[in-house]
Ligand binder design. Structure first.
Ligand code: FES
Ligand code: FES
Length: 168
């Protein structure tokens, strides 16, 4: 066994893990954070994407032991005090959430994309998310959702004092 100390969404824990344990299994089974999914066995789908020290990684390609000392953010850590992040709100506004299985990976990957490039073009969004597969209706609404988040970095549509939406 190998002892690891891994912080996930701001909570640090020590565990003894089998050295072969994949980070995705550690996240799901040891830490009980099941928003991160295993969607393939080929490192292709991106459903397992998390942030490792701020960088998006496919957690099925990383050993838990390699994440010793790291700060991980999973989809459960994107909201702040119960408030959806701009990307989460964008998926709600533009109907990017479809099957739900791949969505956590898209949310995490899009968060990392906007962190690096706050104003991406459609092409840049598509390239930024090409490591994440959607097997159902396609990517148009997902791209729209990320654009919405880029255009609303505060995470909501601004309103005037009467509560009416105003152009941002
Ligand atoms: S489960 Fe990790 S890429 Fe598919
Ligand atoms: S929305 Fe999940 S596979 Fe398409």
């Amino acid at each position: 066994m190998t002892e690891v100390r891994i912080s996930i969404n701001g909570e640090s824990r020590d565990h003894d893990v089998d050295p072969r344990t994949l980070l995705v299994h550690y996240i799901r089974e040891t830490r009980r954070l099941t928003g991160t999914h295993v969607g393939c066995d080929t490192s292709n789908c991106g459903a397992c994407t998390v942030l490792l020290d701020g960088a998006p990684v496919k957690s099925c390609t990383v050993l838990a032991a390699q994440a010793d000392g790291a700060e991980i953010t999973t989809v459960e850590g994107l909201a702040t005090n119960g408030t959806r992040s701009p990307v989460q709100e964008g998926f709600r506004q533009k109907h990017g959430l479809q099957c739900g299985y791949c969505t956590p990976g898209f949310l995490v990957a899009a968060t990392a994309l906007l962190e690096e490039n706050p104003d991406p073009t459609e092409q840049e969004i598509r390239e930024g998310l090409e490591g994440n597969l959607c097997r159902c209706t396609g990517y148009a609404m997902i791209v729209d959702s990320v654009r919405w988040a880029a255009e609303h970095p505060e995470g909501h549509v601004p309103t005037d004092t009467a509560g009416a939406e105003v152009a941002s």
